[in-house]
Design a protein around this ligand. Structure first.
Ligand code: GRF
Length: 321
C-alpha cells in the first residue's frame, strides 16, 4: 500500500471528532495516520486521549500572543511532526491569512451546518429558530474567508420536535464522527489517485478551444487543431519508465527553460523519459498542494504553442487591450 498521509489535528475542546479520526486511522486500510494533536488550550479534554493513544501532542495558550505568533508556534509543531495535512476539529481560533494560504488545499475543517447556510457560531440555534427541517454538518477546505471553502462532503440531520441547540448538537456529532474520517480519507487519497488526477486534468485540457483526447503509446494525450491535423499539447503519464510520478507532460519554450525548472523546483518538475529530449517538462501531480491554476496555465501555454494561428490570433488581439 502507498505511504500514508500524515495529518495533524487541531482541537480546542472535547475532541470527539479527533477521537473518531484517530480510531478510523487504526483500521488497516485507512490512508492517513495521525501524527500530531495540537491545541490552543492546554486543558482541552482531547489532548489526554491523544496522549493515551501515544500520539504526539502540542499545546500552547494563545493568550497574550499575536495571532501570527501563535499560528507560527502551531505551524512549527506541525512541521516538526512531519504532517502534510491539517485537519481542524473544533479548533476555535481563526487562522491568519498567511497560514491559510500556505496550507491551501491541505487543510480541512468540519462545520456543524449545511454550508453555505449558517457560517460562524450558534449554527444549531439559528437553524432551529429559522424553523428548518434539517440541520447537518459539512466538511470543507479552509480558505481565508470563514467557512467558505469548497465543500467536500455533507450529511443532513433532521431537527426533531423539541430539539434544543444542545440536543441537536449532540445528534449532529454522531453524523460528524461518521463523516469526517471518511471525508479526510477520501481527500488525502485523492492526490495519489490516478483516476481523480486524470479527470481533473481532462476537464482543464478539454476546456481549451478545439481540443480532443487521443491515446498515444498507451497514455491519454490531448490535441488541438482538429481530427486530421491535431497536434499534441499535453500527455498524462502514470508512473512511466520507473518514475513514481503521476504527471502532466507539457511543452516548454526551450531545453534551458526545462533544465532550470527541474533544477529550481525538483519537487514539482522533472525531465521525462523520451519527451524530455524534445523540451517537454513533467509536472508532478501526485503530491499534496498541487496548484491547479498553475497547471491550467501550463496547459494553456502549451496549447498556445501548437494551436493553429486562427485560434491564437484572437487571443493576441485581446491581449493588446
Ligand atoms: C463540532 O461540532 C464541529 O463541527 C465544530 O466544533 C465541534 C467540535 O466538537 N467545528 P468536538 O471537539 O470534536 O467534540
Amino acid at each position: 500500500m502507498a505511504e500514508k498521509a500524515r495529518i495533524a489535528i487541531f482541537i480546542s475542546g472535547a475532541g470527539t471528532n479527533m477521537a473518531a479520526l484517530v480510531y478510523a486511522s487504526r483500521i488497516a486500510e485507512c490512508p492517513y495516520e495521525v501524527v500530531l494533536v495540537a491545541s490552543n488550550d492546554p486543558a482541552a479534554a482531547g489532548l489526554a486521549l491523544a496522549q493515551a493513544e501515544g500520539i504526539a501532542t502540542f499545546a500552547h495558550p494563545h493568550k497574550g500572543m499575536t495571532r501570527d505568533a501563535h499560528d507560527a508556534a502551531m505551524e512549527t509543531a506541525v512541521l516538526e511532526a512531519g504532517a502534510d495535512t491539517i485537519v481542524l476539529a473544533g479548533y476555535m481560533r481563526i487562522l491568519s491569512d498567511g497560514f491559510v494560504e500556505r496550507w491551501a488545499g491541505r487543510m480541512l475543517n468540519i462545520h456543524p451546518s449545511l454550508l453555505p447556510l449558517y457560517k460562524g457560531l450558534d449554527t444549531h440555534g439559528r437553524a432551529i429558530a429559522a424553523g428548518d427541517r434539517y440541520a447537518g454538518t459539512s466538511v470543507h477546505l479552509v480558505t481565508p474567508e470563514l467557512d467558505a471553502g469548497e465543500v467536500l462532503a455533507q450529511v443532513r440531520v433532521p431537527i426533531a420536535a423539541g430539539d434544543t441547540p444542545d440536543s441537536l448538537a449532540e445528534r449532529v456529532k454522531f453524523a460528524e464522527h461518521q463523516l469526517y474520517p471518511r471525508a479526510v480519507a477520501e481527500y488525502v487519497g485523492r492526490w495519489r489517485d490516478p483516476a481523480h488526477l486524470l479527470a481533473r486534468l481532462r476537464a482543464l485540457a478539454l476546456a481549451l478551444a478545439e481540443t480532443d483526447e487521443r491515446e498515444s503509446h498507451g497514455s491519454p494525450g490531448f490535441r488541438v487543431g482538429g481530427e486530421k491535423s491535431g497536434k499534441y499539447f499535453a500527455y498524462f503519464a502514470d508512473q512511466h519508465h520507473g518514475t513514481p510520478h503521476i504527471a502532466l507532460l507539457v511543452r516548454t519554450g526551450s531545453m534551458d527553460e526545462l533544465l532550470a525548472l527541474v533544477e529550481d523546483q525538483p519537487e514539482i518538475y522533472f525531465k521525462p523519459a523520451y519527451y524530455g529530449a524534445s523540451g517537454w517538462v513533467g509536472i508532478i501531480l501526485n503530491r499534496p498542494g498541487v496548484d491547479w491554476d498553475e497547471v491550467a496555465e501550463w496547459l494553456h501555454r502549451s496549447w498556445r504553442s501548437v494551436a493553429p494561428k486562427r485560434l491564437t490570433r484572437m487571443m493576441y488581439i485581446a491581449d493588446e487591450f
